[in-house]
Ligand binder design. Sequence first.
Ligand code: DAT
Ligand code: MG
Length: 156
Amino acid sequence: MAIERTLILIKPDGVQRGLVGDVLGRFERTGMKIVGLKLMQMSPDLAAQHYKDHVGKGFYAGLVKFMTSAPLVAICVEGPKAIDNCRKLMGKTFCTDAQAGTIRGDFGVSRGLNLVHGSDGPEAAARELGLFFKAGELVEYSRAIDAWTFNDEDKA
Ligand code: DAT
Ligand code: MG
């Protein structure tokens, strides 16, 4: 099934810099669907679970401090190959390496303050969505424009 769901976070720097609309719009305008959306502050406990694979790395403490320092926006994006498609829109991890045209390339200049998180594979997406959203918080709905946005080939 090529229709996937992925977790996107607009990180605290994106919220503080007033870029929520611009960043969300990059995903939305592709035709992918927002099926979950909330403003929240990440707790240290949630940060530890979310970034469990980075525990012990040199940047871990700074990363957790940054991610818990102010509110972020959590989004569940749905669409054909949504996981890789969102990563492509985000660009390389450090804004300084990210290509023009990507979110990180167009809106950032920092390594660590890189505006956006996106799940990096199907297992991570399922795990991370479970951390940020309760089952009832993800909404199933169709849009009139769906038929002009993707077709059966994209769903196969
Ligand atoms: P990505 O966010 O592109 O999936 P990642 O999962 O490897 O990247 O790392 C998570 C975040 O940690 C990343 O968005 C920024 C920060 N980070 C990663 N490597 C870093 C490093 N070497 N120095 C500073 N921050 C780093
Ligand atoms: Mg990652």
